[in-house]
Design a binder for this molecule. Structure first.
Ligand code: 5GP
Length: 113
């Protein structure tokens, strides 16, 4: 089944894209939980972290590297930010196409709700 993020990658659904290359796309979350809330998404449709294989290692590594680049571009790198990935229902994963959340622009306290 085609995921929402595949439709964004294919430009079938609009998104506020902040970064794109041949392997990764990043766009603003539609329901931001912080002043900066960007989703960094591999173009390869991998459903969850449980579905990763060794051959995805380099691709997965692109996610925090891209998130850090975006954080710098948005001016939040020095003050700090959080990256996180949800896996499965208990973590609240709603889109089954792996993605990294980049959150920042305000203090991010733990624990999470
Ligand atoms: P998850 O809960 O799976 O870790 O994260 C999915 C994220 O996708 C959520 O933060 C949600 O707000 C975001 N999202 C859901 N639908 C859309 C959409 O149509 N466009 C954008 N830009 N983000 C979306």
């Amino acid at each position: 089944m085609t995921t929402l993020f595949e439709k964004i990658i294919a430009r079938e659904i609009p998104a506020d894209i902040v970064y794109e290359d041949d392997q990764v796309i990043a766009f603003n979350d539609i329901e931001p939980q912080a002043p900066v809330h960007v989703l960094v998404v591999p173009k390869k449709p991998i459903a969850t972290l449980n579905d990763l294989t060794d051959e995805d290692a380099a691709l997965l590594g692109r996610l925090p590297i891209t998130a850090a680049q975006i954080a710098k571009q948005l001016g939040i790198a020095e003050e700090g930010y959080r990256v996180l990935m949800n896996c499965g229902d208990n973590a609240g994963q709603t889109v089954y196409h792996i993605h990294m959340h980049l959150l920042g622009g305000r203090p991010l306290l733990l624990p999470l709700a």
